[in-house]
Design a protein around this ligand. Structure first.
Ligand SMILES: NC(=O)c1ccc[n+]([C@@H]2O[C@H](COP(=O)([O-])OP(=O)(O)OC[C@H]3O[C@@H](n4cnc5c(N)ncnc54)[C@H](OP(=O)(O)O)[C@@H]3O)[C@@H](O)[C@H]2O)c1
Length: 369
């Protein structure tokens, strides 16, 4: 029997614009699949439960000549992001019907895995040597078969954002109690974990976000100074509450210049992402004008990618984080959007200042079990 298999397709590269639903990313409901007889070819059939709209997807939509750390999204194929799926049928050893898997998957209701065509793969011709192999992010059985936590928690503290924050914080910051850290986009999925790790370590935390309810949320997570960067100048806050020992950059651009300006001697700037630049032409980006302060203050500026640090730090993350979450020492919340048809709008919101306005990591619920 045929079942509808809607999907969200990458239809056109957005250049330097924020993608437009219906033009660059299109919801399609015309396809169907026979769940009982579709060939698995040694793989397995999954039903998509939840998907994560995230900045990484925009980076993969860039023009073909623009190099980056990831391979390019493929036109005409479904979008790919982190997701939670349940296995319906399997021909693959070690994967059984009923298993819940988390990792990169396609924006469609049902998928024969592993999905190859649309999945970014390391391609020597296309990819420069700083591209990582996304196969390291392939679907894995979630290590919590009883569902102790809400499944959506895999999209925040227990999944990729939590691992990103943990790897960068433990691997790069050299944070010491009593130091001051500023976290930009502090209410993002990564930011909320950085705030909590920093507080647990005894740091003073300054954090910014683009809406007042996110500011309240960051305060509830322990941020000592939380502010709305769209209504309060970042410089005023850093001048009053700095100088900084650490800056965690999720945003890029002008805020990096300010972090340099209000850094202490020997401060560390950890570059996790630069979401303010992903949809802006290079000539329109904010150039950093105080680079000489980097040597004058002997600053350390370090970029990191989670797959580089994960081999060393993921075992600790998976050993420690579930316990901290179960004890309530690290918390998170998710903002659920219902329905794959609303996926394009949910993705676009992530890419704009203030996001969708709500506090909580955006998650798309595609189906219940
Ligand atoms: N290095 C790595 O391995 C790695 C891994 C994962 C993610 N990242 C990076 O980490 C950062 C956070 O990712 P996430 O998944 O946690 O994000 P997220 O939860 O999807 O949050 C995105 C938020 O970014 C803010 N934003 C969007 N456009 C902006 C703009 N033009 N200027 C300033 N802020 C803007 C918005 O919040 P507010 O405006 O309200 O703050 C938005 O809600 C991103 O830069 C991402 O690329 C890096």
């Amino acid at each position: 029997m045929l079942t509808q298999n809607p999907r969200v397709v990458f239809a056109k590269r957005p250049g330097t614009r924020i993608p437009v639903p219906g033009e660059h990313i299109i919801f399609e409901s015309s396809r169907s699949i026979d769940l009982d007889s579709v060939p698995l070819n040694g793989g397995f059939l999954t039903k998509t439960l939840m998907l994560s709209p995230e900045p990484f997807m925009r980076e993969r939509m860039r023009d073909l000549h623009v190099p980056s750390y990831s391979t390019h999204a493929v036109l005409g194929e479904p979008l790919v992001s982190f997701g939670l799926v349940v296995v319906l049928r399997s021909e693959k050893e070690g994967i059984n019907p009923g298993d819940h898997l988390y990792g990169l998957t396609t924006w469609e209701a049902y998928t024969v895995q592993p999905y190859v065509e649309g999945r970014a793969r390391h391609n020597a011709e296309e990819a420069p040597d700083y591209t990582f192999d996304v196969d390291s992010l392939a679907l894995q059985v979630v290590p919590d078969p009883k569902g102790t936590f809400p499944w959506s928690r895999y999209f925040t503290v227990l999944g990729a954002p939590g691992l990103t924050a943990f790897c960068g914080f433990e691997g790069c910051t050299d944070a010491k109690p009593g130091e001051t850290i500023y976290v930009s986009s502090g209410a993002s999925a990564v930011g909320i974990v950085v705030i909590q790790l920093a507080k647990a370590k005894g740091l003073k935390v300054i954090a910014s976000a683009g809406t007042d309810n996110k500011v309240e949320y960051m305060r509830s997570l322990g941020a000592d100074v939380a502010f709305n960067y769209r209504t309060t100048p970042v410089a005023d806050v850093l001048k009053k509450h700095g100088p900084l020992d650490l800056y965690w950059d999720n945003v890029g651009g002008e805020v990096v210049e300010l972090a340099i300006e209000y850094s202490r001697l020997h401060a560390r700037l950890i570059m996790c992402g630069s979401i303010s630049e992903y949809s802006v032409a290079p000539e329109q980006r904010h150039g950093i004008k105080n680079t000489s302060m980097i040597f004058k203050k002997r600053l350390r500026i370090e970029g990191f990618l989670v797959p580089d640090l994960a081999p060393r730090l993921a075992p600790r993350f998976f050993a420690e984080m579930p316990g901290l979450v179960a004890e309530g020492k690290i918390t998170a919340k998710e903002h659920i959007t219902e329905g794959l048809e609303n996926g394009p709008d949910a993705l676009v919101a992530v890419l704009k200042e203030g996001g969708n306005g709500a506090a909580g990591k955006p998650v798309i619920r595609v189906a219940t079990e």
